[in-house]
Write a protein that binds this ligand. Structure first.
Ligand code: G3P
Ligand code: MG
Length: 245
């Protein structure tokens, strides 16, 4: 059994503002295996890293990401809401994040936020960024919008995909397989039935559980042989994995 991978959810978001380069660099310093981050599309069709469709919660701007060009998005302050020392932090582009960590061993869980706004062209743009850098083997695309995943799989089957879901789906392996998925990304509460984890193993689907923040649940998931945990507290998961707690 290989060790559970430690993925930093939106970067090391308890140390630095989520989905900023500072949060990703901190996660890398902590020694995580991968970064999870969220992608939306700017008005001029550039994939940018931000969780919400709206700018209001995590930047100095207001309104929808899709209504702003990249230049205007990167003029916003994406750090002050978190702490004054992060004032001036930018919304990064996907290209900037991939370039920053291209020479590392980090894996990238790229979540397409195409669930509310469909963002025509998002799948092509993201796959282009990945393949231009020859990062196919280190990228894993997830989404709550499974049409986006099918589109990605058809555009470039070399890039792995995984279904995100929040419901307690019954025997979801056949569905995931039909979509050509490599992994499943359930809300972690849905892994409490041992037969669910067994079913995924039998069907060669890797399990990326989110968002596991409590040490007790981290230990259960690790003991259950889950392939990856996406967490807001990669610093704690690191200790769990090394036997420190
Ligand atoms: O990929 C796991 C998790 O990030 C999904 O939910 O809303 O935090 O993007 P959310
Ligand atoms: Mg996400």
């Amino acid at each position: 059994m290989t060790q559970t991978l430690n993925f930093a959810h939106r970067g090391a978001n308890t140390f630095a503002p989520e989905n900023t380069m500072a949060a990703f660099k901190k996660a890398a310093q902590l020694g995580v295996d991968g970064l999870e981050f969220d992608v939306q599309l700017s008005k001029d069709d550039v994939p940018v890293i931000i969780h919400d469709e709206k700018l209001d919660r995590t930047t100095s701007g207001q309104g929808l990401v899709k209504d702003f060009t990249l230049v205007d998005l990167q003029a916003l302050d994406a750090g002050s809401w978190f702490a004054p020392e992060f004032s001036g932090a930018e919304i990064p582009t996907l290209d900037q994040v991939l370039d920053e960590f291209r020479d590392s061993d980090l894996q990238f869980n790229i979540e397409l936020k195409s669930g509310i706004i469909l963002y025509p062209g998002l799948e092509e743009a993201v796959l282009k960024s990945v393949s231009e850098r020859k990062l196919e083997e280190r990228a894993l695309i997830s989404s709550f919008n499974h049409y986006s995943l099918v589109a990605c799989h058809e555009l470039n089957p070399a890039v792995r995909t995984g279904i995100l879901y929040v419901a307690g789906l019954y025997e979801p392996w056949n569905y995931a397989k039909a979509l050509g998925c490599y992994s499943v990304h359930p809300l972690f509460y849905h892994l409490q039935y041992p037969e669910i984890v067994m079913g995924f193993k039998e069907h060669n689907l890797l399990v990326y559980a989110w968002t596991v923040n409590e040490i007790e649940y981290m230990k259960l998931m690790v003991a259950g042989g889950i392939e990856a945990i996406i967490t807001d507290r990669p610093q704690d998961l690191k200790k769990v994995l090394t036997g420190g707690i």
